[in-house]
Unconditional design. Structure first.
Length: 389
């Protein structure tokens, strides 16, 4: 948060010493955020805890500043490409760490304690089933497995699109490289055992088939799908007897599902009680603790959309949806006016990742995570670049 403020402050200083100018799309984005921030403040009128509303308002400001300075910093397509490749590069050690986190308990090791040291006191992974195995859901360096799975929806599409792109232009070494990276990331994704992640993965597959239907169903891609099928079959034969009980334990865990359903119903009731302005930004927890489960403040509605709807009402939800729609429009513009690597990897990766993120947030909440705002800022600036060109 502090770095976001400092970067924005330095940008302002530079703007005052030089000619301060904003591109048209960025000015529109500032207007949308101003309206969104205004509705969030308006929602705080009904808040049970105004301090929490103020803290969340500051949080949204820093998240937007993070997106803003990212957009301002990207001047051309080469810089956008560099940032996307940096995202892909960061995803590799995180995926490997997530796999180690799952495997380590079987060897008696604690990778979090080894690598994080004093930070090991932070909330860690959640056990899957103590009766079946000591396995833990992979969360890597994130707060929980669901947020980690949501993060992976932003990098997995770039590996997939790169795999299809290099296979199409017949560069074998890079095809093999991204095939390996795809399976490493997918493995780590599966080991999160996240139901919201499963929604994101389904959205990724549907978006991939739709956007790349000519490549996916081409005769040349048939060999690639056969190879992928053989690898998946071997992995199922090798590890299916071990993973399937864990999946069953996760999917049949009625208690968690009932809690999430009750929390979602509570969010709807809170929205109905204040449909226009909501119950106050960040106040779902206090309201839930007062009206539905006294003494226990569940931190969110386990859905980004229900949380925003209950906390900020119709006005806040509509403005937030307009913000997301504006970003999507920029991504579509980038895809329309680009070609080659920019279209087939960057544009399609951004679009597929966007739909994966939106789907995972149906039963998860990552709209206050930094990675989401950085991802959205890259999609937004991509559209600006092609329009300026």
């Amino acid at each position: 948060m502090l770095l976001s403020f400092v970067a924005f402050y330095l940008w302002l200083l530079k703007g005052f010493t030089q000619e301060l100018s904003l591109r048209r799309d960025l000015r529109k984005l500032l207007v949308v955020f101003f309206l969104m921030f205004t509705t969030f403040l308006l929602a705080s009128i009904n808040s049970l805890d105004p301090i929490i509303s103020i803290r969340h308002s500051i949080l949204y400001c820093t998240l937007f500043l993070l997106a803003f300075v990212t957009i301002v910093a990207v001047k051309d397509l080469s810089q956008l490409t560099l940032l996307v490749k940096a995202m892909m590069l960061v995803g590799i050690p995180l995926s490997l760490y997530g796999i180690m986190e799952f495997v380590a308990p079987f060897t008696g090791l604690d990778v979090d304690k080894i690598f994080l040291g004093m930070l090991h006191s932070l909330p860690g992974p959640v056990s899957l089933s103590e009766e079946i195995s000591p396995a833990e859901r992979s969360a890597a360096l994130f707060a929980n497995a669901n947020i980690y799975a949501s993060y992976l929806t932003t990098v997995l599409p770039f590996y997939l699109c790169s795999l299809l792109y290099y296979h199409k232009i017949r560069i074998r070494n890079k095809t093999i490289l991204f095939l390996g990276l795809f399976f490493i990331t997918l493995t780590s994704f599966i080991l999160t055992f996240s139901r919201s992640g499963a929604l994101g993965l389904l959205a990724i597959i549907i978006a991939l088939i739709f956007l790349k239907r000519r490549v996916v169903f081409s005769r040349r891609s048939l060999r690639l799908w056969v190879l992928l099928g053989i690898i998946v079959l071997v992995l199922i034969i090798q590890y299916g007897h071990f993973i399937s009980p864990l999946l069953e334990a996760r999917l049949t865990k009625d208690y968690a599902a009932k809690v999430h359903l009750f929390v979602a119903e509570s969010a709807v009731r809170l929205f109905v009680s204040n449909p226009l302005t909501g119950i106050g930004l960040g106040n779902f927890g206090p309201a839930y603790g007062r009206y539905y489960k006294p003494g226990y403040e569940y931190f969110n509605a386990h859905s980004a959309y229900l949380t925003i709807l209950s906390e900020t009402g119709v006005f806040g939800f509509i403005i937030f949806a307009l913000f997301l729609g504006y970003v999507l429009k920029q991504m579509l513009s980038f895809r329309k006016y680009s070609a080659g690597y920019a279209r087939e990897v960057l544009a399609d990766g951004l679009l597929i990742g966007f739909f994966g993120l939106m789907a995972s947030n149906i039963t998860c909440q990552t709209h206050t995570s930094q990675f989401l705002w950085v991802f959205l800022s890259l999609g937004f600036v991509a559209g600006m670049l092609v329009k300026n060109k």
